[in-house]
Write a protein of this length. Sequence first.
Length: 161
Amino acid sequence: MFNLSKKYLFTGIFLISFIALISAYFIEYVLGHQPCNLCVYERIPYFLAILIVLINSKYNKLEKYLILSLAIIFLIATILSLYHLGIEQGFIQESLLCDLEKGANIVDKDEILKQLQQKNISCKDVTFKIFGLSLTNYNIIISLLLTIGLTKIYFGYEKNR
């Protein structure tokens, strides 16, 4: 039974990551909701997951270590999303991650005026919700479930070989 689930594990992670990224870009470019900096950073684990799935398709002998890598990546994604949720809810104050563009060393006055005219999205502002939950909430759920599932598969890997 484990071999069957292992066979589809990487395909499932690829599909989840692909759908998450396509959804994020659809919401941004088609629906017009601009993401904050943390929202953009929360996409990185999904790109990495797709890359790891593609690596696994080429180097099957690294499967156990790639499963561990995916578990770590989605654990980091969970922590980043929890941090973002803390900012959204007002428990944590925004940091430089939320405002990197303004934190740059800008010397030219024209560049300063251009930065001031741009509309920067705050990490605490939720611009898009589905069924009353922000995308950060969904990212926490997805990342946490993947972390737990991948960790169980990793620790049971030798038993179920």
